[in-house]
Write a protein that binds this ligand. Structure first.
Ligand SMILES: *Cc1c(COP(=O)(O)O)cnc(C)c1O
Length: 402
């Protein structure tokens, strides 16, 4: 069912329906206002577009392939295509956004870049573009994630970034974001905050969605060549903050023939109390400057999230997704840790591709639904699994442990 609000673009004051906005402390007002008034103009400059497109092509390695996974297709009885964001430089979609935002920061004359990171992919992508542009880089990361995603911490250090542990709360992504916002408040003049997903105060959700929209732009062109039609029947993507899903959905949002499916991290199950399924168990509330669907107690305290995947371990979600969920434009499935692990091992064995744990949540939608033989399904493979090998080896399926 589609409600009366048929539009999925952000409004001038930063809202998607009743979600979004910019709920910020006064100290950030000038920074956020500057971004709000300038981001669309800068993104539409020919010089910006050329620099962005050239870097995506020659540095990031775009377009990424759209690969028809024949073994998976046979198993699930439909045509399954994988959008290979895992083949981007640095191994995930995150760099599409950081390349764009670092160019934006240069336009704004900023000298210093800060970022938050969960699995470390956004931190690595930010450290990478800062090395490229010779800008100072500080990345905030939860102390728990520093341990569970150690290879990415090493990469950030080698790239010249300073990694600062967040030691409050559950010591994961939410807490790293708090620290990054605190830093920005203390350095409003010279610093640009590169947020890694479609979250935070307006204009970040729209800014990041536009920078990730290259994913669906390419999907349309590639599908047209490979199947004769630019429109798939389904697009499936995992949702942490929701940036890879926003990018994969973007050019299909107004085409209701395309069914959009997000995969949220259910953790140990949505009833377990150990979950990160912000849409299914959340209620309307403000986190990190944005009105969205938020996991909270009856009196509004944020509930600590849980997911085996550090990149999905967040109690909120981008306001676009809260709106797509509320209007019914997109469906959201909750995927448990175990279902994601099973899907990761299946992809490795059946297609020779080791996915990120986050991306495995999207793959885990395949066995959950009934498909028709002629269905064209695009699964956005948001990242590669090298960073997760330790977790995979600790969770080997029982038939492999002997
Ligand atoms: C960060 C990350 C995610 C989750 O972030 P979104 O903004 O929801 O895309 C998903 N997959 C990978 C590989 C990531 O690195």
């Amino acid at each position: 069912m589609i409600s009366e609000n048929k539009l999925f673009e952000v409004s001038e004051d930063g809202f998607y329906g009743e979600f979004g906005g910019a709920f910020i402390p006064e100290m950030l007002y000038a920074n956020v206002k500057q971004l709000q008034t300038q981001y669309l103009d800068i993104l539409s400059l020919t010089s910006f577009k050329n620099a962005y497109d050239n870097l995506l092509r020659d540095y990031v390695g775009r377009p990424t392939p759209l690969y028809e996974a024949l073994n998976l297709s046979k198993k699930y009885g439909a045509r399954v295509f994988l959008k290979r964001e895992d083949l981007n430089h640095t191994g995930a979609h995150k760099i599409n956004n950081t390349v764009g935002q670092v160019l934006l920061a240069k336009h704004l004359g900023k000298k210093r870049i800060i970022a938050e990171t969960g699995a470390g992919q956004h931190g690595v992508a930010t450290a990478t573009v800062c090395a490229l542009m010779q800008l100072e880089c500080v990345v905030y990361m939860g102390a728990v994630d520093i341990i569970r995603q150690a290879p990415n911490v090493a990469r950030m250090k080698m790239l010249g970034a300073k990694v600062v542990p967040a030691v409050s709360g559950s010591r994961t992504l939410k807490d790293a974001t708090n620290e990054a916002i605190r830093d920005w408040i203390n350095h409003p003049e010279d610093t640009h905050y590169i947020i890694g997903s479609v979250v935070g105060p307006h204009p970040y959700p729209d800014l990041v969605a536009r920078l990730q929209a290259v994913i669906s732009e390419e999907i349309m062109q590639q599908l047209k060549t490979q199947t004769g039609s630019a429109d798939p029947d389904y697009v499936i993507a995992c949702v942490g903050g929701g940036s890879n899903a926003a990018g994969a959905f973007y050019h299909f949002l107004h085409n209701e023939k395309v069914q959009l499916i997000g995969a949220e991290a259910a953790g140990e199950g949505i009833e377990s109390g150990k979950t990160a399924a912000s849409l299914v168990v959340g209620k309307r509330g403000v986190i990190h400057g944005c009105m969205t669907s938020l996991m909270q107690t009856a009196d509004g305290q944020i509930v600590e999230p849980h997911s085996i995947s550090a990149g999905l371990d967040y109690p909120g979600i981008g306001p676009l997704h809260a709106h797509l969920f509320q209007t019914g434009r997109a469906l959201y499935n909750s995927i448990t840790d175990q279902e994601a692990l099973d899907a990761a091992f299946e992809l490795a064995k059946m297609e020779g591709i080791i996915p990120a744990l986050e991306s495995a949540h999207a793959l885990a939608v395949l066995p959950k639904r009934h498909w028709k033989k002629e269905d064209v399904i695009v699964v956005n493979l948001s990242g590669r699994g090298d960073k997760d090998l330790d977790t995979y080896m600790k969770n080997l399926p029982s038939y492999e442990q002997a």
